[in-house]
Design a protein around this ligand. Structure first.
Ligand code: BTN
Length: 247
């Protein structure tokens, strides 16, 4: 772990909280700059699409709260920033490049199982809109049942035998996140997109994308310049901005 904590970024570690994303929402208006809020245990962690996220002691749960500014599109692209940062932090703490893969839109996989969940939430309403919460959960020690959604949940410990503490993981994650966020702000989405594609799981293979209303099967061709999924189906190419993907 060679990188140092990013300057100007706060760090708060709580023994227990309902949800670090909820805590970020409570604190956002009083923060003068970006902050990492980590909890050693969450009692009401939340996942995507209203699912619960179980977070026993020893797993990583943290939220990066900031006021990103810029176009709405670029704000949402921080989900890819988060996935790349988590990927790099995992390589940093395990020294195992090539073990981790990225699943659209923003999961990180290990040995085909779900290791990481990422949940972006905007904070505030009306004139108050402007803060973004990037919540990240990593199964460092435990792989709670039912957490993987479409995939089998796995833990870093069970798959690699490597034990990493939440504090150690945050030390690796915060600089990696700052690096990729800086790339996004400076150069736009293109380098993020390319880096993400280089680590994408099942590129060129058959997948199923389920939206709220439909299910589409086809070949995963990549992501477009906004981050939407590109799927080649029997009916032609589909551009899918939001869905759950099944392998
Ligand atoms: C998913 O469904 O895959 C997303 C899970 C996101 C979980 C993290 S843990 C830290 C942060 N706080 C929450 O309540 N959720 C996110």
């Amino acid at each position: 772990m060679s990188n140092s904590w990013p300057s100007g970024v706060g760090r708060l570690v709580l023994p227990e909280v309902d949800s670090t994303n909820a805590q970020a929402a409570r604190m956002a208006q009083d923060l003068s700059g970006p902050y990492w809020i980590m909890a050693l245990r969450q009692t009401k962690g939340r996942g995507r699409r209203g699912r619960d996220w179980h977070d026993p002691q020893g797993n990583f749960a943290a939220t990066y709260v900031s006021r990103p500014g810029g176009a709405v599109e670029q704000v949402a692209q921080r989900s890819f920033v988060a996935a790349l940062a988590v990927h790099d932090a995992l390589v940093d703490v395990t020294a195992r490049p090539g073990s981790f893969a990225l699943k659209w839109p923003n999961d990180v996989l290990l040995n085909g199982g779900k290791l990481v969940g990422i949940l972006l939430e905007s904070i505030g309403q009306g004139a108050q809109v402007g803060h973004l919460a990037v919540g990240i959960g990593v199964n460092l020690l435990h792989a709670p049942e039912g957490e993987g959604g479409a995939l089998r949940p796995v833990s870093l410990l069970s798959e690699t035998g490597i034990s990493v503490t939440p504090d150690e993981f945050l030390d690796a994650l915060a600089p990696a996140f700052a690096k990729w966020e800086n790339q996004l702000v400076t150069f736009g989405f293109a380098p993020i997109r390319q880096a993400w594609l280089n680590k994408a799981a099942r590129l060129g293979e058959r997948i199923v994308a389920r939206t709220v209303h439909d299910s589409h099967e086809g070949t995963f061709e990549g992501i477009d310049a906004t981050g939407a999924l590109l799927l080649r189906t029997a009916q032609g190419r589909r551009i899918i901005p939001a869905a759950d993907v099944f392998f």
